[in-house]
Design a protein around this ligand. Structure first.
Ligand SMILES: [Cu+2]
Length: 156
């Protein structure tokens, strides 16, 4: 589309003169986009709300209980994300369990883990049958080994 009354050639030449400015603008907006919008979600960001983070050698686990806080003797769910660190591969399998280290016992229930998206999981069927110090463990299989990430919960 040429402006009326102007020869096509002259108009296109004028456009070319403006090119360096347009490139600079495009580069500026590309940079702005990279800074603001294309950033991958931080690990567990999709979980929302208050989360706990465990940094392991190969994986980071970000998790929260539903409900939060949990009650003695009531089933609860753990929603969590497992994110590979550095060159670690995506986890092949993830298990969740809990024990009371001082009492040398675990739960009376075995949680069932299901994947809710590529990096997000849900462990259902947990129940802490007594108050005290509970260690929640996440066993992540990947890179030919299993890494255990542990977080401690004090239950009143
Ligand atoms: Cu106990």
């Amino acid at each position: 589309m040429s402006p009326p009354g102007r020869p096509k050639g002259e108009y296109r030449s004028a456009t070319r003169e403006g090119t360096p400015v347009n490139l600079a603008r495009a580069a500026f907006f590309a940079l702005l986009f990279m800074l603001c919008c294309s950033r991958a979600l931080a690990c567990g960001e999709a979980l929302g709300g208050a989360t706990r983070t465990i940094e392991g050698a190969s994986y980071t686990v970000v998790w929260k209980t539903v409900p939060d806080p949990i009650q003695v003797g009531a089933h609860f769910t753990v929603d969590f994300a497992v994110c590979p660190r550095a060159a670690a591969e995506a986890p092949r399998a993830v298990r969740v369990d809990a024990t009371m280290p001082e009492h040398r016992h675990g739960m009376n229930y075995r949680p069932v883990v299901s994947a809710s998206s590529a990096a997000s999981y849900r462990a259902e069927g947990l129940l802490f049958h007594m108050p005290g110090r509970w260690a929640v463990t996440f066993d992540v299989e990947g890179n030919g080994r299993s890494e255990r990430l542990t977080s401690v919960l004090q239950l009143e």
